[in-house]
Design a protein around this ligand. Sequence first.
Ligand SMILES: [Zn+2]
Ligand SMILES: [Zn+2]
Length: 171
Amino acid sequence: MSDPTSRGAIKALGAQLDADPALRATWVARAEARGVTVAPDLPGKKLVRLVLDRAADAQVRTNPIARDEAFTCSHCARAVPLGGKRPRDHCPWCLHSRHVDVVPGDRAATCGGLLVPVALHPGDKSLDIVYRCAACGAERRNRVLDDLDMPDSPSAVRALVRAPDVTQLRD
Ligand SMILES: [Zn+2]
Ligand SMILES: [Zn+2]
């Protein structure tokens, strides 16, 4: 049986794991093979996601993929258009994003949680927004997009300078 890829299939498999201890044990073994200790009461759906995310993290791909997609912001519900010159990977108004990538553009993360902007960080040639995932706690960075037809809101970016998390950043 191949691993599920859609959210619906992950949910369905999670329910199977909850009902079938032997099947659950095979997924617990996969998680433990990747160095993760699984709590006995971890719901099946979360166990499946955890294993799939670890597998995706272990893939060798490291190059970002320039995937530019229009989307509806999960935080402020505005319709976000394509970036055009660059992939538009976060909302230009509220700066929120979604935890869908392992490597930028690959859509390999199964988390899907809201990425909350928490700080600014100077990158190599740009300014990065630092994100923390509201669902799994992962930290991500996306560059500030200030050179597109619809640039990031300067006031939203400035507000991050005063964000309390700025002193807690890891490098
Ligand atoms: Zn938004
Ligand atoms: Zn996440």
